[in-house]
Design a protein around this ligand. Structure first.
Ligand code: SAH
Length: 242
């Protein structure tokens, strides 16, 4: 079998697994089928791109497990009119899935070198509805509020209040919440006229949501086969606050 046949077969196996595990939203399944996950993992892990596992992407961070990406995306209940804020761009994979299902994605990452690689991927895949910046996502993106949806892809002890306030009434936030790594759950938080409704969806393990932009003075390193250097400015379509 050549590499493309192998990837196609692995992808079908993964989609079938997601279906069996309760992912019924055909738009979500179709987005997962169309986005090449192998494009978002370091070369050394391409063989495992369609395994249902999280993989390292450098800077101690991970691209989430496909089942978790699928479940969180399904829970967002997206439509083509939605504007969504993602905290934790990482590899750019989750943002790319979201870009297929809503109008515009705003995505914030605290590691500038990771974001640069993700932005390059968006360009190569010709995805034009993702806007990014390097910043502390806990502060949200005040110039673009309110958001119809917010997804946080790193775990916090509690959902950041600033982010809850940047969501419109009727809006949904999907976020891993929990103090310890072995006690995190995905929550669906819906903003109502007079407050917020919380629903606990599933247990997960995420890397932590950390404050401030990551320091980048000595960041010319080789990680997972990728050269990550941070001496150039990132250029995004929107102003970036570094
Ligand atoms: N959505 C990503 C998964 C990223 S892992 C993907 O599809 O690959 C979580 C990411 O959140 C990491 O890249 C980490 O650097 C980032 N992160 C953690 N705290 C953050 C913060 N306060 N603001 C922005 N990004 C943050």
């Amino acid at each position: 079998m050549n590499i493309n046949t192998t990837i196609a077969a692995r992808k079908i196996r993964l989609i079938m697994k997601l279906r069996r595990s309760g992912i019924t939203d055909t738009a979500v399944l179709s987005a997962i089928e169309r986005v090449p996950r192998e494009f978002f993992v370091p070369e050394a892990f391409i063989d495992q791109a369609y395994e249902d596992i999280a993989l390292p992407i450098g800077r101690g961070q991970t691209i989430s497990q496909p089942m978790v990406v699928a479940a969180m995306t399904q829970a967002l209940d997206l439509n083509k009119k939605h504007k969504i804020l993602e905290i934790g761009t990482g590899s750019g994979y989750q943002a790319t899935i979201l870009s297929k299902l809503c109008r515009r994605v705003y995505s914030i990452e605290r590691h500038r070198p990771l974001l640069r690689v993700a932005e390059e991927r968006f360009r190569e895949l010709r995805i034009y509805n993702i806007t990014t910046k390097t910043a502390d996502g806990m502060q949200g993106w005040i110039e673009q509020k309110p958001f119809d949806r917010i997804i946080i892809t790193a775990a916090a002890a509690e959902p950041p209040t600033i982010l809850l306030e940047q969501m419109s009434v009727g809006g949904i936030m999907i976020a891993p919440i929990g103090k310890q790594k072995d006690a995190q759950h995905i929550y669906k938080i819906t903003r109502t006229e007079d407050g917020y409704d919380y629903e606990c969806l599933m247990p997960v393990r995420f890397v932590p949501l950390l404050p401030k932009v990551a320091p980048h003075h000595i960041e010319t390193t080789k990680e997972n086969g990728n050269i990550l250097d941070s001496n150039e400015e990132i250029c995004t379509k929107e102003p970036c606050f570094i």
